[in-house]
Design a protein around this ligand. Structure first.
Ligand SMILES: [Zn+2]
Length: 262
């Protein structure tokens, strides 16, 4: 780290738990962020400003006027542009020292696996079940820590599946996929703007703590926020030994099965 880095990140380095070592770990790390919407906006802004040196952003959508109410990484002038590209533009203006990779498509199949395999931490900031399950399967396969957030109406949730640890539950243990599962989309349901910022910032906090080894992750704890009252609830959960996604009792799914829902 040079003098400029020491100055830029000095408020981290001053923390007893952090120091130069943890900051250096961020400089050696790669985070994969799936989705540059409301959750991704807050998560990406903190990852980039905090000095995570390699950030890959995947999003196939374009910025729309209705996104600007809560997707704070985008600007009026990037309406109509790809969200990953728009997000990268903002991040480069904040921190020109880091490397940002734009993946302007919905990651599927091998492309998703390739990205997960090279990441040190994966943040699921997507808005649909099929992406969440596909990202989970890739993280199970490559044993990557997965920080999962969601927000709709006034309801938020966040947890971490630290799949480096064999005892960690996966997303599928908590939410077994059902073909009849009803999607709750912001477009129909509405969403309280700061809710996705709160959850997205927490996803960044989790990712940074995982990359640096500071504290204790949310593994096995699901936090639920009711933003009408600001009440938080903690639900503890365990690995499902029969889980179709992570149980060693099951044969690994075939490629067809694996990507059937994507
Ligand atoms: Zn599982």
């Amino acid at each position: 780290m040079n003098d400029k880095d020491l100055l830029r990140y000095s408020r981290h380095i001053l923390l007893n738990e952090f120091g130069v070592e943890a900051q250096q770990r961020l400089a050696d790390s790669r985070a994969l962020v799936i989705g540059a919407g409301g959750l991704g906006s807050a998560a990406l802004l903190y990852l980039a400003s905090a000095g995570v040196a390699h950030i890959s952003i995947a999003d196939g959508d374009v910025v729309d006027l209705t996104n600007l109410q809560r997707q704070i990484i985008h600007r009026e002038e990037t309406i109509g542009h790809n969200k990953a590209q728009s997000a990268a533009q903002t991040l480069r203006a904040i921190n020109s020292e880091i490397d940002i990779e734009v993946l302007p498509a919905r990651l599927l199949g091998e492309a998703l696996e390739e990205q997960v395999a090279r990441a040190d931490v994966v943040l699921d900031c997507s808005d649909n079940f099929s992406t969440r399950h596909a990202v989970n399967r890739a993280c199970v396969r490559f044993r990557k820590p997965l920080v999962s957030g969601a927000g709709i109406r006034f309801d938020g949730q966040i947890t971490t599946f630290d799949l480096r640890d064999g005892s960690s539950p996966c997303y599928h243990c908590l939410f077994p996929d059902r073909t009849d599962a009803e999607e709750e989309r912001c477009a129909v349901m509405g969403v309280f703007a700061p809710l996705v910022g709160i959850i997205g910032a927490m996803q960044a906090a989790e990712a940074i703590r995982i990359l640096t080894g500071i504290g204790e992750s949310l593994m096995g704890r699901l936090l639920l926020l009711d933003a009408r009252t600001m009440n938080w609830q903690t639900v503890k959960f365990k690995r499902d030994l029969e889980c179709a996604a992570c149980s060693r009792e099951h044969a690994p799914p075939s490629k067809e099965q694996e990507y059937a829902t994507t």
